[in-house]
Design a protein around this ligand. Structure first.
Ligand code: PLP
Length: 461
């Protein structure tokens, strides 16, 4: 398979157009088996990130995406998004440092944590990362002392009567009725407030949450302008769906949001609009494959055991990633995960099954009850949509290693972005005109002409 060296430790395997993920997983499993390895691994589809970027540009053309690094600070993803022209939402000094390394201009970074450590504010000042959010008076005093020229963004509490996967309003956001007083304090301290932000909550379940929040922002915008602030920024936060199986689609959100933005912030108002999508960019791009490291057959349920009745058996499988690793998303992100078999037996009988992580803790359970055929130690299970709030907060508790990370991309998508990939290693090389990346372009459908093999060139990005 041809590959492309995308910087330190990241080899991107390029594959043909439309290759199904399960095929890629099976090939990787076969490769692992040849090496006598049984480790858990991620397959990160960088092309999926590119397509998300394209879709965002097409459906939300007025909103600049500032990727929320906290969601998955994977370096190749940050590098790719920086290459595409995205901005970044950073929550700490470390996140700011990470994106600055990729040459991201400071105008494309927002320090979007309303409660910051003093030393981190001083770091932002030193790096001239001017945009930062606040939602309380104490923060204004801290900013006044550490970075009086900061360009502040008031984070308001959006209307709360909507379903979300993870609530954020319990911790952050100035109630709109308190906004006037807080803005007056900023005036008194001679601080520069440039606009309003909100975050509806992570994993918004109703598109109307966004329009309600835009409306609330417009009211506070008016208050700020009436106080004499020169507001020119609206930050609509994150909360966008990351994969197709969610409660709402990105298309629905975009439609509702565009209407609200055009109503309350029409282009003639000259407001820069940014968003802080996290899961939107990475959720569907990351596929996790784990192997079964241990197995136990148990009676079907406690009642059957008590009655000493023998019934259909149930199985417990122990796999090599769990809630202290990638599956922390079950606890922190309230995620729901789905397992499928990498090499599914045909017409096999299914049994009650529970799936457990590798640590010695009884809490470390991934799936309480699913129906699966009987499996063996060494078999692999696959979990799609594992890019958001997984690796970011995973630990190595009990000395369990983090999954290995492999990157792949359809060669058409990659060659659009990095024309020098045309010279990448492989049987034959790609050639032909490379159309410019533009909104609405279906990257996978572009055909490249193949020419006979050329000398091997391995590129470093
Ligand atoms: N912005 C801020 C300030 C956040 O706290 C978060 C998530 O917690 C995000 C953006 C990203 O949210 P999501 O991943 O739901 O898009």
């Amino acid at each position: 398979m041809r590959s492309y060296n995308f910087g330190k430790g990241c080899k991107v395997e390029l594959h043909g157009h439309g290759k199904p993920i399960m095929e890629i997983v099976q090939e990787k499993v076969a490769e692992m088996e040849l090496k006598h390895k049984e480790d858990a691994f991620y397959l990160a589809d960088l092309g999926d990130v590119v397509k998300k970027y394209e879709k965002w540009s097409e459906l939300l053309p007025r909103v600049e995406p500032f990727y929320a690094v906290k969601c998955n600070p994977d370096l190749p993803v940050l590098k790719l998004l920086a290459h595409l022209g995205a901005g970044f939402d950073c929550a700490s000094k470390d996140e700011i440092a990470k994106v600055l390394k990729f040459g991201v201009p400071t105008s494309k970074i927002i320090y979007a944590n309303p409660c910051k450590q003093n030393a981190f504010i001083r770091y932002a000042a030193k790096q001239d990362v001017q945009m930062m959010t606040f939602d309380n008076e104490a923060e204004l005093y801290k900013v006044k002392a550490a970075f009086p020229n900061a360009r502040l963004v008031l984070r308001i509490l959006p209307p709360a009567n909507f379903k979300v996967q993870c609530e954020l309003g319990n911790k952050f956001g100035c109630h709109p009725k308190d906004a006037r007083a807080l803005l007056m304090k900023a005036l008194e301290l001679d601080l520069n407030v440039i606009g309003i932000s909100f975050h509806c909550g992570s994993g918004v379940g109703e598109a109307a949450a966004f329009s309600a929040a835009v409306e609330a922002s417009a009211e506070v915008f008016d208050i700020g302008q009436s106080l004499g602030f020169d507001f020119d920024l609206l930050d609509i936060g994150g909360g966008f769906p990351g994969h197709a199986g969610g409660a709402i689609s990105f298309e629905e959100v975009a439609e509702v949001l565009n209407d609200a933005l055009n109503k309350y912030f029409p282009p003639k108002r000259n407001v820069r609009i940014i968003g802080e999508p996290g899961r939107y960019f990475v959720s569907s791009a990351f596929n996790l494959t784990v192997s079964i490291i241990a197995k136990r057959m148990v009676a079907t349920d406690a009642k059957a055991v008590a009655l000493e009745r023998s019934e259909e058996p149930a199985f417990m499988y122990y796999v090599n990633d769990g809630v202290y690793g990638s599956f922390n998303c079950l606890l922190y992100d309230h995620a729901k995960v789905e397992a499928s078999l990498v090499n599914a037996p045909v017409n096999a009988m299914e049994f009650r099954t529970s799936i457990w992580g590798p640590t010695c803790d009884g809490l470390d359970q991934i799936l309480k009850e699913v129906r699966l055929p009987e499996l063996c130690v060494g078999d692999y299970l696959n979990f799609p949509n594992m890019g958001a709030y997984t690796v970011a907060a995973g630990t190595t508790f009990n000395g369990m290693p983090r999954p290995e990370m492999f990157y792949h991309c359809s060669e058409n998508v990659w060659c659009h972005l990095f024309p020098d990939a045309l010279k990448a290693k492989g049987p034959g090389r790609l050639t032909g005109k490379i159309p410019f990346l533009k909104a609405g372009h279906d990257l996978d459908k572009v055909e490249h002409e193949r020419v006979p093999p050329s000398p091997v060139v391995l590129l470093d990005a």
